[in-house]
Design a protein around this ligand. Structure first.
Ligand code: SER
Length: 315
């Protein structure tokens, strides 16, 4: 990776991935782009910024040529719960951006990273130890776009040799930019409530177990996969990756170890519950570990210490 373009740099992953890429590959080598400017001060002052609507191919192509881009991180997506409220928008944004990226990557010989998700699985997928290669019949439009994206990306690799790579991210927990509109957002919001001394109203029931990952591991994961030796990759689109799995009750109890007065009540969000019930309890990520050395560092307890410390100094 020499010249990198991040699409969706203002989002939950993009805001941190862009900074990390700039740290590694040099500020001027990483172009941050989003549909809306200005970006945060950190992003706009540390390197090049371009306004791009990723559903418009010509806008991406112009920037790819201008900066001689060789790697694209396509982080454009509408998360699960928001997409469910406006399925056509979810499809048009997710697939529109991806198809444009694939075509531009093909023409300009770029490598392309596009995250997939635990949302790419559905009710008839094995829920425990979900295998790398298994049934993928998701019940949400978000999941439908993710599976379609996995298939299209593999097609562009086998048919045209485009270097497409992807991981199925679990719920991502971070302290810089809020996710917004996902089913796993509660696992971020709970920390903010705890630090602010507020009661947390949990939208999922207490037994809902889901895979999760702390953002520093997610960033390492995306970069490590893009740097991996392509001859070692048996799979491409997309690898199961997970760092931990827990229920609302378990994350609540972990936070209470540090803030004993913290209170949580359940206020079910039916749509989110239905979505969460169709996703794995925990995935088997042995292929990612074997094929490119995926190895996350944060478990629930380490992540909780770091989240609480960081948010305390931020809020
Ligand atoms: N975090 C996403 C969501 O909840 C799943 O990939 O929509």
């Amino acid at each position: 990776m020499k010249n990198i373009l991040v699409l969706g740099a203002a989002g939950q992953i993009g805001s941190e991935l862009t900074m990390k890429l700039r740290e590694i590959y040099g500020n001027s080598s990483v172009v941050a782009s989003d549909i809306k400017l200005p970006l945060s001060e950190a992003l706009s002052q540390s390197g090049p910024v371009e306004k791009i609507d990723a559903t418009k191919a010509e806008e991406i192509a112009l920037v790819v040529k201008k900066y001689n881009i060789d790697t694209i991180f396509n982080l454009v997506a509408i998360l699960s719960a928001t997409a469910e409220k406006n399925p056509l928008l979810g499809w048009n944004i997710g697939m529109g951006a991806l198809l444009n990226c694939l075509e531009i990557a093909k023409e300009n010989h770029c490598a392309l990273f596009t995250p997939s998700s635990i949302g790419a699985f559905g009710l008839n997928t094995p829920m425990n130890g979900t295998p790398q290669d298994t049934i993928q019949r998701p019940n949400t439009i978000y999941g439908v776009t993710k599976v379609s994206g996995e298939l299209l990306s593999d097609y562009y690799f086998t048919r045209f040799g485009v270097d497409t790579r992807s991981v199925r991210f679990p719920g991502l927990i971070s302290n810089v930019t809020l996710p917004g509109g996902g089913t796993t957002d509660y696992a971020v919001e709970i920390y903010y409530a705890a630090v602010k001394g507020e009661t947390f109203y949990c939208p999922l029931n207490k037994n809902t177990q889901l895979d999760m990952m702390y953002m520093p591991d997610a960033l390492d994961c995306a970069i490590k996969l893009m740097e991996a030796d392509s001859s070692k990759l048996v799979h491409r689109n997309s690898f199961n990756v997970t760092a931990m799995h827990f229920t609302p009750e378990e994350i609540y109890n972990e936070i209470k170890k540090h803030i004993p007065s913290f209170k949580m009540e359940y206020r079910l969000d039916e749509m989110r519950q239905k979505i969460a019930d169709s996703w794995p309890n925990y995935m088997d990520d042995s292929c990612a570990r074997k094929e490119w050395g995926f190895s996350p560092k944060f478990d629930l307890s380490l992540m909780t210490i770091d989240m609480l410390e960081t948010l305390k100094s931020k809020i």
